[in-house]
Write a protein that binds this ligand. Sequence first.
Ligand code: ATP
Ligand code: MG
Length: 192
Amino acid sequence: MNIVLFGPPGAGKGTQAKLICEKYFLNHLSTGDLLRKESSKETSLGIQIKNTINDGKLVSNETTIELIKQFINENKNNNKGFLFDGFPRNKKQAELLDHLMESINEKILCVILLNVNEDVLKERIMNRSTTEGRSDDNLETLSKRLHTYSSETEPLIEYYSSQNLVRKVHGTGEISDINQGISSHIEASLNA
Ligand code: ATP
Ligand code: MG
């Protein structure tokens, strides 16, 4: 099965993705992680990615899609499917994902939307900035990331709602309760 984990920056996608992947034996495909890994290389592409991330914008579809395809190819025979974390982030990526799924004879089971309000997002990211040291976890970049989310990524909720795939989960409270909420939706979708 293949699942999309959707939500604004700081919604807790990474945290929940790990738990869900362990529970259902899925490959964790985080475009943020893949891009950060690429950006840590001192190549011109790496530097370009780093600048874009620090500016709170989306990295080009071309670069993102290349990394996705590579990851899928390397992992398609492992585990039982993919959990997409931070992808797709715009319409073009969503369409590409549909094609990719089709090409490997798979489909998206559901899109889990983690709902968290903006005050909590800001608080979490500012807390995280003191522990993880991500260069995009500062108030200035965060406000740009939130803007990018609402203008380019959030419209995908409509794209997936029209396919009846969206399942909303409250993203605040205990990590284990949120995880339970996600699992219930996955199991309901599996049994539908
Ligand atoms: P969090 O990890 O807290 O949920 P986030 O969703 O903003 O926050 P990542 O998913 O790690 O964090 O993404 C960090 C940055 O990487 C984004 O702001 C963007 O610049 C880039 N990025 C990640 N995924 C994509 C994507 N699918 N397309 C283009 N750029 C991406
Ligand atoms: Mg993340």
